[in-house]
Ligand binder design. Structure first.
Ligand SMILES: Nc1ncnc2c1ncn2[C@@H]1O[C@H](COP(=O)(O)OP(=O)(O)OP(=O)(O)O)[C@@H](O)[C@H]1O
Ligand code: NI
Length: 286
């Protein structure tokens, strides 16, 4: 039976960046204006939305790895307690695991087997790393390579291997699947599902709605820095009658098996214009 204990609750999240225009005038751009999402223990919530809609910023806010010029407000509650900067640091890479979108998170100067061993128990680190390599379809000899010597798909699998740790309670996976061949994709989805079956909450950020729907319990749809709708994954069926938001319905109908509704596609090619807003009072960073 599905557990329903709340694990993570993000409310009224707003993220701005202060920027100087022509060197003198300071403005705030606010790419995230009103975002909310919640994840229960043992639940997979997919976060979907167009490029630039704010998915990675949401993940980075929860992890506490926003750039230093970010101004963040709102509430992030983890296991019933405010997730302060200090708690984020303490939990990141331990209870809260992150599979980043960019392979640049790997250290370019460290062989990849060593990078996967970081954070593992010293005595068993090598064996565990070798098991993880086998699980993600990486050869033992690949471990001696540096990141630049691996293909994009291999690097994604290495990133995944760095995140699989015992005692993980929240997994945040930012686009873990692009450029990955079907067998490794299935393995990654299976692994995410397993995290959830073991009681962890999973935030799966992705463009790949069809993969997300294979494993997600709920889907949060993000647009221009705001949450439009959070639906049960089962509501993505038929013509989307059970979906409440028009954009979500269009997103669903635009999928290949739903005949590519061009209304959505056309809108997407012209939308993402940076969101310029009047400067607002600076809010303290959490
Ligand atoms: N450091 C920053 N300074 C200013 N603006 C930023 C910064 N980081 C992100 N943004 C802006 O915030 C918006 C959301 O970015 P984000 O990376 O969260 O998008 P995303 O939904 O993850 O996109 P993608 O699917 O392409 O990864 C974008 O418009 C981006 O330009
Ligand atoms: Ni992103």
């Amino acid at each position: 039976m599905k557990q329903t204990k709340p694990l993570l609750q993000v409310n009224n999240l707003s993220i701005g960046f202060s920027q100087y225009v022509k060197g003198i005038q300071q403005r705030i751009i606010r790419p995230i204006a009103d975002m909310h999402v919640d994840i229960n223990e043992g639940e997979i919530v997919a976060v979907v939305g167009a490029s630039g809609s704010g998915k990675s910023l949401l993940a980075h806010a929860v992890l506490g790895i926003l750039p230093s010029n970010a101004i963040c407000s709102g509430s992030i509650v983890y296991q019933g307690e405010e997730l302060t900067t200090k708690r984020k640091e303490l939990l990141r890479g331990r209870e809260i695991s992150f599979i980043p979108q960019s392979v640049n998170y790997l250290d370019p100067l460290m062989r990849v087997d060593r990078q996967v061993q970081i954070g593992l128990d010293k005595k068993t680190a090598r064996r565990q790393q070798e098991n993880l390599f086998a699980q993600y379809d990486l050869k033992k000899s690949d471990g001696r390579l540096f990141p630049y010597e691996l293909s994009g798909g291999m690097l994604r699998r290495v990133l995944f291997a760095t995140s699989v740790r015992e005692g993980v309670k929240l997994v945040i996976a930012d686009e873990p699947t692009p450029g990955i061949h079907p067998q490794a994709l299935a393995e990654i989805l299976k692994q995410l599902k397993q995290f959830a079956q073991e009681g962890a909450g999973v935030m799966l950020i992705t463009h790949d709605m069809m993969s997300a729907l294979q494993i997600a319990d709920r889907v949060a749809v993000i647009k221009d820095g705001a949450t439009l709708e959070i639906s049960e994954a089962t509501a993505f069926e038929g013509n989307g009658e059970r979906l409440t938001n028009d954009y979500t319905k269009r997103l669903w109908r635009a999928l290949p098996q739903n005949d590519f509704d061009m209304e959505y596609k056309e809108e997407e090619t012209v939308t993402h214009v940076p969101d310029w807003r009047e400067p607002e009072p600076l809010l303290s960073s959490k």
